[in-house]
Design a protein around this ligand. Structure first.
Ligand SMILES: *Cc1c(COP(=O)(O)O)cnc(C)c1O
Length: 405
């Protein structure tokens, strides 16, 4: 066995992670290999990052080619890759303008600043409130944890920032009551990731859009996890007609593992962000743009999107079978596309260990879920292998629960 139950205490790293003592040195497609050469099936993909699989040959080649030419210059120069990727992103979405970042959190930070500045530039200086929802996750900067619906992430970091409030996820009555003349924007994940793969209906997204329009507030989608083809559409909001946002944050799959994010906005919503309003040293550097462009080309292929919908359908059908066969372990299957949540009756941390015992990697999630976030290129055969391993994990969880009872 390569893994012990107790996490290895880090000697020289800030102790903010409880790390699984698995040490991977190589990856290929949906598989990871430990330093001892053991193979794992990766249904976590670096938390929805490695959407095109590990060591994707096209991305590897583009990275190598760009590495020999130019890595970084600074945003005080023209970076042609930024214009090229921004054009692709805006052609494919509601947006007109893009700001590139190194992470999802920074994209959220940019979105919040963009929304407030928009109202400020119009003379509406009291419109500062950002409304978020329970169970949401928007990142770890101070503004992002204030916008997120998880109070524990705020603990010990000083007073709550003014101008952020949280409402129950999907409670439109509470939202209508809360929105007013000081509301700058509503921020929401169309499909919650960390919160346990909770998906908003098309009707709810349209209602959000209507509420924002009536109140003169902006609508921000955080598609950092659910975007970029994960749900079987390029962006999750496309599942609803007439629910386009004003601003959208993306990251994770955008670089397929190379750190890159972006904040997208309509020309109107972005109009407050003038020269000097924002910036980044690394954001959108030539290396990130080369990989981002190559990844975007792959992620937008219609065959990939059709494939995601097919494999996701297979997963859900098979998982419903597990739910029927192990009702004392699996309570619910939720999410959208290949952002799948399995709500468990047994502790999710234990289940993740049972899965690892089967050399299957899955992600944790709120509401006692585990999430399946496999690379989007996972084949039906590989999905079937994942289901077989999950079934053995269910058996282990069942046996464990019986022994404890
Ligand atoms: C991961 C994630 C973030 C934060 O992104 P980082 O790259 O870790 O900063 C924000 N929002 C959502 C929905 C995420 O899944």
């Amino acid at each position: 066995m390569t893994e012990s139950a107790a996490p290895v205490p880090p000697d020289h790293l800030l102790g903010v992670y409880s790390r699984t003592p698995l040490n991977f040195e190589r990856g290929e497609g949906v598989h990871l290999y430990t330093t001892d050469g053991e193979q794992y099936l990766d249904c976590l993909a670096g938390i929805a990052v490695n959407a095109l699989g590990h060591a994707n040959p096209k991305l590897v080649q583009v990275l190598k080619d760009q590495a020999e030419k130019l890595w970084h210059v600074s945003n005080i120069f023209t970076i042609p890759g930024q214009e090229a990727l921004a054009k692709r992103l805006t052609d494919a979405t509601f947006a007109d303008v893009v700001f590139f970042t190194n992470s999802g959190t920074e994209a959220v930070e940019c979105a919040i600043k963009t929304a407030r500045k928009y109202h400020w530039a119009k003379g509406d200086v009291d419109r500062v409130d950002i409304i978020g929802f329970d169970g949401s996750f928007h990142g770890r900067s101070l503004a992002a944890v204030n916008a997120s619906g998880n109070a524990s992430y705020l603990e010990g970091f000083g007073p709550r920032m003014p101008g952020f409030l949280q409402l129950p996820f999907g409670d439109m009555d509470a939202l209508r009551a809360a929105v007013g003349p000081t509301t700058a924007a509503i921020i929401i994940e169309p499909v919650q990731g960390e919160g346990g793969a909770r998906s908003l209906s098309p009707e709810a997204l349209r209602e959000l859009r209507a509420i924002c329009d009536e109140a003169g507030a902006l609508l921000i989608y955080d598609e950092i996890q659910c975007g970029l083809s994960r749900t079987g559409k390029l962006f999750a909001y496309e599942w609803a007609d007439g629910a386009e946002p004003d601003i959208m944050c993306i990251a994770k799959a955008l670089g397929g593992g190379f750190p890159v994010g972006a904040c997208l906005a309509t020309a109107e919503a972005g109009s407050g962000m003038a020269f000097g309003s924002h910036g980044s040293t690394y954001g959108g550097n030539p290396l990130a743009m080369a990989v981002g462009l190559a990844a975007f080309e792959e992620l937008t292929r219609p065959e990939l999107l059709a494939h995601v919908r097919d494999v996701a359908g297979y997963f859900v059908q098979q998982l419903e079978g597990l739910k029927d066969r192990y009702p004392d372990v699996v309570l619910d299957i939720r999410g959208k596309g290949l952002l799948i949540g399995i709500k468990l009756a047994t502790p999710n941390r234990e289940f993740m260990q049972h899965a690892r015992d089967q050399h299957l990697l899955v992600a944790g999630g709120g509401d006692n879920c585990v999430r399946l976030l496999p690379p989007l290129i996972i084949t039906t055969e590989e999905a079937s292998d994942a289901i077989a391993r999950l079934e053995r994990a269910c058996q282990a969880a069942q046996a464990h629960a019986k022994a404890a009872a």
